[in-house]
Design a binder for this molecule. Structure first.
Ligand SMILES: C[S@@+](CC[C@H](N)C(=O)[O-])C[C@H]1O[C@@H](n2cnc3c(N)ncnc32)[C@H](O)[C@@H]1O
Length: 207
C-alpha cells in the first residue's frame, strides 16, 4: 500500500470517529440519490445472490438491500470501526444474511463465489488517491453477470465549494464518471443537480 493511500485511510478513520455519531442525522440533507439507488439497481438485476457494498458506512443501503433482495447474502465493508458500530445495530435484524467487514478495499473480498452486485454510495469520492484502483478491483470481485451501482458527487463549478468539500475529504472534479465508463458499460447513467447548481451528483448502474 502506498504511503499516500495509508494516509488517506487513516485520516478518513479519524474523520469518522466523530462524524459517525451525527452521520445519519445530517447526511440525508445532501447525500442525494441514495433513497432510489437500490430500486434503480433492481430494475437491471432482479435477484442478485451475493451483494457487496464498499464503504457501507452506517448501513443505510445495507438495510435497503436486505429489504429489496430478501434472498441475497450481503456484505458491508468499511474501514471505519465507528461507522460499522452504528451499522451493526441496524443490520442485526437480518442475522447472518448481512455481514460486516472492517478493512479498506485494497484487495478482492470474494473467496470462491463472486458478487452479482457491488454498491458504492458516496465512497469513491473520498478515496483519493485510489478510487480508480477500487473501480478496477471491482471487476475481480464481480461474477460474469455482475453489475455495479454507484451514487456519488460528480462535480461543482464553484471553486469555494470544491475547496470546502475537500476539507471534508471529498473530491468532486468529474473524475469518477470517466473511470466508471471505462470499466462498466452504462445501463443507467444520470447526472443530477444538488441545490440548484451548487453541485452535481451521478447515478450509475453498469455491467
Ligand atoms: C460518505 S460515507 C458513505 C457511507 C454509505 N455508503 C452511505 O451512503 O451513507 C463514505 C464511507 O466510505 C468509507 N471508506 C472510505 N474509503 C474507504 C476504503 N478505501 N475502503 C473502505 N471504506 C472506505 C468511509 O469510512 C465511510 O464510511
Amino acid at each position: 500500500m502506498s504511503l499516500a493511500t495509508a494516509e488517506n485511510q487513516s485520516s478518513l478513520a479519524g474523520y469518522y470517529r466523530w462524524h459517525a455519531q451525527i452521520y445519519d442525522a445530517t447526511r440525508w440533507a445532501f447525500l442525494f440519490g441514495r433513497n432510489t439507488l437500490v430500486r434503480r439497481a433492481a430494475t437491471q438485476m432482479a435477484m442478485p445472490r451475493r451483494i457487496l457494498e464498499i464503504g457501507c458506512g452506517t448501513g443505510k443501503n445495507l438495510v435497503d438491500l436486505a429489504e429489496r433482495f430478501p434472498k441475497a447474502q450481503i456484505i458491508g465493508l468499511d474501514l471505519s470501526k465507528d461507522m460499522l458500530d452504528v451499522a451493526k445495530k441496524k443490520v442485526r435484524a437480518y442475522g447472518s444474511r448481512v455481514g460486516l467487514l472492517q478493512r479498506p478495499y485494497d484487495a478482492p473480498v470474494a473467496v470462491g463465489e463472486k458478487f452479482d452486485l457491488i454498491v458504492m454510495s458516496y465512497s469513491l469520492s473520498m478515496i483519493n488517491p485510489g478510487f480508480d484502483e477500487v473501480i478496477r478491483l471491482c471487476r475481480q470481485d464481480l461474477s460474469e453477470r455482475g453489475m455495479v451501482a454507484v451514487v456519488d458527487f460528480h462535480q461543482s463549478r464553484w471553486t469555494w465549494f470544491r475547496r470546502w468539500m475537500g476539507v471534508n475529504h471529498v473530491r468532486m472534479e468529474g473524475q469518477i464518471l470517466e473511470k466508471l465508463r471505462q470499466h462498466f458499460e452504462p445501463l443507467v447513467c444520470e447526472v443530477r443537480h444538488g441545490y440548484g447548481d451548487l453541485w452535481r451528483y451521478l447515478v450509475y448502474v453498469g455491467k
